[in-house]
Write a protein that binds this ligand. Structure first.
Ligand code: NAD
Ligand code: IPM
Ligand code: MN
Length: 367
């Protein structure tokens, strides 16, 4: 059997910086656990634009379709802000998600004990937090037609369309219920059925899917209230199911419950392939962080934990994913902190690469 394949797309800004640390960890698994991958690398985002004039070359798209898993760093940055919309770095990422049909985006927000003091919320509100946001990723207002900027009389109009079919809602909902069955058996679905027809349909379809999961308790919440509840009492949630745009916003919000945007990993999953595994792309929730690029300040944990999700969801290596997550937890418990995680002055932060080394050391200690 050939080794499973991973396509690495480091991208822009801090993307390549955090990915360097993930490569160390992939190397560790090969060397110490005899778990090897065929790793190849390519360009996405601004880096691809600089070389090819497009944010994702067709050959790269084809490689992503073939890979057992794709790992992506981040895309975008001020250098590309004035590019035509069609070739903006973010379009490369959106093309990957759409063409790989990665409809279920898992964004887990866990508060590690060592960071409970550091969250911008009070410790007792976040300590022990473990929620999973399931964000629909291939439809909604991100992709709905009509869209564009048009002339209308003597001015222009910008249009995006929120559009959801029943089957799109249903498959995202099923993935949320399946996850809930393996977790706390609660799903809270968030939309705005009070003002949007797509929200009314969303609520109806999710309620219908819930009938197939009688053990799971389903609740519905308007997404604005959901944002408020996430900072008021986040531990009331187990799985949150929501659409593409609300999920984007709510997951950044959830990130701060864990201490930093630099902590939140994600898995974007599609339907199972012939080998039974889902098409998959793993990436940190954060962006390219232009304000800290090139300074060795980026926290690589979100990207490292995204690789842990790959071990779990693409490679059936749940125990090794647990090992990696435990190594991250140990490093944090030992007080190792990148700058984004430093609450008090007088403690010196470690660099991106020192954080990666500390995680590798903790992995060694786990043997
Ligand atoms: P961002 O996530 O890049 O940064 C927001 C803030 O969080 C910044 O202050 C940044 O320094 C900090 N931060 C983010 N990740 C961090 C990490 N790992 N360690 C330490 N601090 C971290 O969001 P933004 O500034 O709104 O966007 C910058 C660019 O990134 C834009 O072009 C945007 O479109 C893009 N973006 C890409 C992705 C992605 O590739 N998935 C996600 C979000 C934003
Ligand atoms: C994310 C990002 C992306 C999104 C952008 C970069 C396309 O914010 O993954 O959270 O809006 O989905
Ligand atoms: Mn986002």
């Amino acid at each position: 059997m050939p080794n499973p394949s991973i396509l690495i797309l480091p991208g822009d800004g801090i993307g390549p910086e955090v990915m360097t640390e993930v490569r160390k960890i992939i190397g560790w698994f090969g060397e110490k656990r005899d778990i090897s991958f065929d790793v190849s690398e390519d360009l996405v985002g601004g880096a691809a634009y600089d070389k090819h004039g497009v944010p994702l070359a067709d050959e790269t798209m084809a490689k992503a379709q073939e890979a057992d898993a794709v790992l992506l760093g981040a895309v975008g940055g001020p250098k590309y802000d004035d590019l035509d919309f069609s070739v903006k770095p973010e379009r490369g990422l959106l093309r990957l998600r759409k063409e790989m049909d990665l409809y279920s985006n898992l964004r887990p927000a866990q508060c590690f004990d060592a960071l409970a003091d550091f969250s911008s919320l009070k410790k007792d509100i976040v300590a022990g937090l473990d929620i999973m946001i399931v964000r629909e990723l291939t439809s909604g207002v991100y992709f709905g037609e009509p869209r564009g900027i048009f002339e209308e009389g003597n001015e222009r109009v910008g249009i995006n369309t929120q559009r959801y079919t029943e089957s799109e809602i249903e498959r995202a909902a099923r993935s949320a219920f399946e996850l809930a069955m393996r977790r706390g058996k609660k799903v809270c679905s968030m939309e705005k059925a009070n003002v949007m027809e797509s929200g009314i349909l969303w609520r109806e379809v999710v309620t219908r899917v819930a009938a197939d999961y009688p053990e799971v308790e389903l609740s519905h919440m308007y997404a604005d209230n959901g944002a408020m509840q996430l900072v008021r009492a986040p531990k009331q949630f187990d799985v949150i199911l929501t659409d593409n745009l609300f999920g984007d916003i709510l997951s950044d919000c959830a990130a701060m419950l864990t201490g930093s945007l630099g902590m939140l990993p994600s898995a974007s999953l599609g339907a199972p392939m012939e080998n039974g595994r889902p098409k998959a792309l793993y990436e940190p929730v954060h962006g390219s962080a232009p304000d800290i690029t090139g300074q060795g300040k980026a926290n690589p944990i979100a990207c490292v934990l995204s690789f842990a999700m790959a071990l779990r969801y693409s490679f059936d290596l749940g125990a090794e994913a647990d090992r990696l997550e435990a190594a991250v937890e140990k490093v944090l418990a030992d007080g190792v902190r990148t700058a984004d995680l430093l609450a008090s002055e007088g403690v010196s932060p470690v660099s991106t690469s020192e954080m990666g080394d500390a995680i590798v050391a903790a992995l060694n200690a786990s043997l």
